[in-house]
Ligand binder design. Structure first.
Ligand code: DC
Length: 228
């Protein structure tokens, strides 16, 4: 079957990565979490106290960063390595949530991440989720999905995830962080979060995981049939 590129964009905690992983598993495609790359760069900048206003230091720091997704066959998912260190858990921390939108708005950081993302899509057969995948990274992606869900549903989902690792977290903190990130991601100068003109909207506020997968798979097969 012909392989395509599937771009999934949307606000924070809409379930983009869940759908992307489901599709990748079902279609035997690669799953690429572009947000994880911005998170890992943020972790590196925080650890090394890189001033976000100093372009020269940012460029130097980026030249020292090597990001690699390694497939963990047992867990059935890709693990992100930052300079050979597994940073999967660290990059989901609230400290990273608070800084990542600021780091992701930096031109040099975006160029660094987008170049790697585009390279990983050269052979197609990839599902990538993020904020600018359908508009900037893969403007020619065969299928673009723009995901959305009610804010209350999104807060609840992210709270459950974060509460697993941090029992002191509150719903209000999670809500404020989501709203702040959505605002910054949608209002930054370079490739802000936008629905691509040719994207299909998927609102999963009231959908189960099985239902959203069924809908998206239908779209995939329609696209592949159109290409024949
Ligand atoms: O999807 P996520 O929550 O892990 O993404 C973390 C942050 O990275 C998000 O607040 C915005 C940024 N991001 C981005 O600017 N462009 C992308 N393609 C993916 C994420």
């Amino acid at each position: 079957m012909q392989k395509i590129i599937i771009a999934i964009d949307g606000f924070s905690s809409c379930g983009k990565s869940t759908l992307a992983k489901q599709l990748a598993k079902e279609l035997k495609y690669i799953y690429a979490d572009s947000g994880a790359m911005y998170r890992a760069v943020t972790l590196y900048f925080l650890r090394n106290s890189i001033p976000l206003s100093n372009k020269k230091e940012i460029k130097n720091a980026l030249s020292d960063i090597c990001l690699e997704f390694v497939l963990d066959a047992d867990a059935g998912k890709s693990i992100l390595y930052l300079n050979d260190e597994n940073v999967e858990l660290l990059i989901r921390d609230m400290i990273i949530n608070e800084k990542v939108s600021e780091v992701a708005a930096i031109k040099e950081v975006r160029e660094f991440a987008v170049a790697q993302q585009q390279k990983s899509g050269e052979k197609k057969g990839i599902v990538m989720d993020g904020r600018d995948i359908g508009t900037t990274v893969f403007p020619n992606a065969e299928l673009k999905i723009f995901m959305t869900a009610d804010i209350a549903v999104r807060v609840e989902r992210r709270f459950k995830e974060l509460y697993e690792v941090n029992k002191t977290i509150t719903i209000e903190e999670v809500k404020q962080n989501l709203e702040m990130r959505d605002y910054m991601d949608s209002n930054r100068k370079i490739s802000p979060l936008r629905q691509a003109k040719d994207a299909i909207v998927l609102d999963n506020s009231n959908l189960t995981m099985a239902q959203q997968l069924k809908i998206a798979l239908l779209w995939v097969h329609e696209k592949i049939n159109e290409l024949k």
